[in-house]
Write a protein that binds this ligand. Structure first.
Ligand code: SF4
Ligand code: SF4
Length: 234
């Protein structure tokens, strides 16, 4: 995401939510004295930004059901092979191939992963509106499964990627073992970030998200191995 897009998202977000001015500066890349605090929680290594000038960590909690901004401004919903089966069934498709044909769109897109690599991904994405086109991929569209009460009509069988936000994950080979890493993605759409001196405040979220992140990342990697998508590093 470009800085301009993040700024536009933040401006929209600030119409409804307070955003700490320091965090706004940080998300716009204007604070550079940032270190990476790594903490292992169960099977995931979380990378939490620490702002040296403030002596504070950037922590996060979700405001749902008061907030559903991520569903209102979803950029893309890549599906794992597990999602293809569960969501296809949930939408009453007998054959996964029919579900893929009618309800998804396959796109190729580039991403700068949190590990610093540029990746080119091809993914099968759930259409966020019935007639979504390839040109709309990556743009903000309110998801068709968001109901009037601000909930997800597919819950609990919503795409794995929806459970992940606002984290972003990657796999690293550690002495032959797959190690899952996670950090935040700062798109400017989530009001849940805050500054705090003590990491302990986010202990529960890290515990809860560790399993979600681990399962999703391995499922996503399996999806690529099963050729329901591809990833290349450049
Ligand atoms: S993850 Fe962020 S944007 Fe999504 S519902 Fe929670 S607080 Fe809102
Ligand atoms: S599928 Fe559900 S959780 Fe995911 S973006 Fe749509 S409404 Fe939100």
């Amino acid at each position: 995401m470009s800085q301009k897009e993040i700024e536009e998202s933040l401006n929209l977000l600030q119409k409804d939510w307070d955003v700490d001015p320091i965090l706004r500066q940080f998300m716009l890349g204007k604070i550079t004295d940032v270190s990476d605090y790594s903490i292992k929680v169960k099977d995931v290594i979380f990378h939490i930004p620490y702002l040296a000038s403030e002596k504070k960590y950037i922590l996060w909690k979700c405001f749902w059901p008061d907030c559903h901004n991520c569903c209102d401004r979803q950029g893309r919903l890549p599906l794992t092979s597990d999602d293809l089966i569960t969501i296809g069934k949930g939408l009453k498709y007998k054959k996964t191939s029919d579900f893929i044909k009618n309800e998804t769109i396959t796109t190729t897109w580039q991403d700068s992963s949190p590990s610093g690599q540029t990746t080119t991904m091809t993914t099968i994405n759930l259409k966020r509106k019935k007639d979504e086109t390839i040109q709309e991929d990556g743009t903000h569209i309110s998801c068709r499964f968001l109901d009037e009460k601000g909930g997800c009509s597919m819950h609990p069988d919503r795409p794995g990627v929806c459970y992940l936000y606002p984290f972003s994950t990657w796999l690293e080979n550690e002495k032959g073992m797959a190690r899952v890493h996670a950090t935040y993605q700062f798109t400017g759409d989530c009001p849940g970030f805050y500054l705090a001196e003590d990491m302990q405040q986010m202990k529960q979220e890290l515990k809860d998200y560790s399993k979600i992140i681990y399962d999703y990342t391995l499922s996503s990697s399996r999806t690529m191995r099963e050729n329901f998508g591809s990833v290349s590093f450049g």
